[in-house]
Design a binder for this molecule. Structure first.
Ligand SMILES: Cc1cc2nc3c(=O)[nH]c(=O)nc-3n(C[C@H](O)[C@H](O)[C@H](O)COP(=O)(O)OP(=O)(O)OC[C@H]3O[C@@H](n4cnc5c(N)ncnc54)[C@H](O)[C@@H]3O)c2cc1C
Length: 209
């Protein structure tokens, strides 16, 4: 399953207050009327911030480039075919169902302008939208690091998204299939040999399953 909008069917969109766009400037400027808190990223950090602001007298706008939150600690179980991708993903829009002062926006934040107190988001099918804020929380996570050896990524993809997990799962299952099919003992041994570099939580957890 690829990471598309169809992957997780979200409830109907709810927008607490219109957002600014380059073609229309509907929202009031920051500081006028109700305050707006923009949160970039619907991962652990962003979701925790949204929940913490539940009783805050402000509009909270959560922007994420994906329509779903991923429970990353279980990514390795998807990578090893123990769980299906849908078992560790949840629509981010669920938050807007449960919390009245929250609206969710699908878009990749590509710019930040502190002078106009706005972020620029590239929204699929819509284009660039400017979203003004009174307060900004950036919870955009991190990127995998190969410590100066980015070429390793061709052989050992990161494990940060559902598509990463599916890539690894395909490699593992294909190796098992090839090992089963071949008559060549050395090729079977090669296909059945997995090397894990890094004995942190993920490295230790993968062989445990
Ligand atoms: C395989 C794996 C196993 C782990 N196991 C554990 C564990 O057992 N225990 C534990 O405590 N921690 C674990 N972690 C770490 C934990 O998952 C992370 O610390 C946590 O997810 C970080 O949360 P975050 O909100 O900072 O970032 P993330 O959860 O990565 O969320 C960032 C969000 O920001 C969005 N985003 C990024 N850039 C943009 C942009 N420009 N515009 C819009 N949206 C954007 C992303 O789409 C994403 O939804 C694990 C991590 C991995 C990868």
């Amino acid at each position: 399953m690829s990471e598309t909008l169809e992957e997780v069917r979200p409830p109907a969109p709810k927008v607490a207050r219109p957002l600014d766009s380059e073609s229309s400037s509907i929202a009031s400027a920051p500081g006028v009327g109700r305050k707006r808190i923009v949160i970039v990223g619907g991962g652990f950090g962003g979701v925790a911030a949204v929940r913490a602001l539940k009783h805050c007298d402000a509009d909270v706008v959560l922007i994420d480039r994906r329509n779903h939150h991923i429970f990353q600690p279980l990514l390795y179980q998807v990578a090893t075919a123990v769980l299906a991708p849908s078992e560790i993903a949840a629509p981010i829009r669920q938050l807007a169902e449960k919390q009245k002062n929250v609206s969710v926006m699908l878009g990749e934040v590509i710019g930040l302008d502190m002078s106009s107190r706005s972020v620029e988001a590239s929204c699929p099918g819509v284009g660039i939208r400017k979203v003004q804020f009174d307060y900004l929380v950036i919870a955009a996570g991190m990127q995998p690091s190969y410590f100066g050896h980015d070429e390793f990524a061709n052989y050992a993809p990161g494990l940060k998204s559902l598509s990463d997990a599916e890539t690894i799962r395909t490699k593992i299952l294909s190796a098992y299939e090839l090992a089963d099919t071949t008559d060549d003992e050395s090729e079977r041994a090669r296909q059945m040999t997995f090397v894990l570099v890094g004995a942190g939580p993920t490295g230790v957890a993968v062989p445990a399953d």
